[in-house]
Ligand binder design. Structure first.
Ligand code: CIR
Length: 260
């Protein structure tokens, strides 16, 4: 049987817009280089395709600088999808631009109507539950509305807390297989992964935590040799992709795709 937590037949990505240099960021780490980001994005898409998945590449949206970070616009489950309601005002309108593609691939599509907010980057779906971290972008009302949609369908939602000063819950963790999680020590210390097998990012490599397990591969940002080596010694097939430009906008491997 297919393990829906990391086996996927499709992914949706969106090409970076030139306006991405105006994207949101918590601190100024320098201007992203658009051409480098395009090369990195192309390699990311090629790596997803390498696993045999179909990648639906959407065109760039200049009016939404952060629209390359498609993960925040929807939650894709195996039997339905839920359109999110981003807490970042400049990102709210991205969802309507994603909706037609989601509707084309799912029979059942729900929408977070508000007043709460929720972004996909705060949601980690494992084989047993949906973990949602409240953050500056995701509030309790957003979590409650999502819970109301998915609980009748047999899903379990657990609300946790995204660490302070961390953009999204998944900035600090990723799913490696049905019951194994890659996490920073600071997030795992909260106890939110009790009952899972937890592998920690190497010391000083917190930015490696936002990885994805996509079919046979773990796709992670390049430049974190301690974490990459640890994952390889645990038996994972790791691919490293340059993420220097998205990192300037607090983006990483999970943000760049919707996987289903
Ligand atoms: C933002 O602040 O919304 C973007 N610059 C980065 C979004 C990253 N998305 C994610 O972690 N899922």
């Amino acid at each position: 049987m297919m393990d829906h937590s990391y086996e996927f037949t499709r992914a949706i990505t969106r090409k970076p817009a030139r306006s991405v240099i105006d994207g949101l960021r918590a601190e100024d780490l320098g201007m992203p280089d658009f051409d480098q980001m395009m090369r990195d994005h192309a390699q990311y898409v090629a790596t997803l395709r390498e696993t045999g998945a179909e990648v639906i590449e959407l065109e760039a949206l200049e009016e939404f600088p952060d629209s390359v970070f498609v993960e925040d616009d929807a939650l894709c489950l195996h039997d339905c999808a839920i359109l999110m309601r981003p807490g970042a005002p400049t990102r709210l309108g991205e969802v309507a631009m994603m909706a037609p593609t989601i509707r084309a691939h799912y029979k059942e599509v729900f929408e977070i109507a508000g007043p709460g907010f929720i972004e996909g980057g705060d949601i980690l779906t494992t084989s047993r539950e949906i973990l949602i971290g409240t953050s500056a972008r995701t509030d309790a009302a957003g979590v409650a509305e999502l819970r109301g949609i998915v609980t009748p369908r047999g899903y379990t939602v657990r609300e946790v807390q995204t660490p302070a000063d961390v953009l999204h819950f998944k900035t600090d963790c990723s799913l490696l297989d049905g019951s194994t999680i890659l996490s920073t020590k600071r997030l795992a210390a909260s106890g939110c992964f009790d009952g899972y097998r937890v592998l920690h990012t190497a010391h000083g490599e917190e930015a490696a935590a936002n990885a994805i397990r996509f079919n046979g591969l773990v796709i992670m940002a390049a430049g974190f040799p301690g974490t990459a080596g640890m994952l390889r010694s645990e038996g994972f097939e790791v691919r490293e992709i340059n993420n220097s430009e998205c990192a300037k906008l607090d983006g990483g491997m999970s943000c760049l795709s919707l996987r289903f």
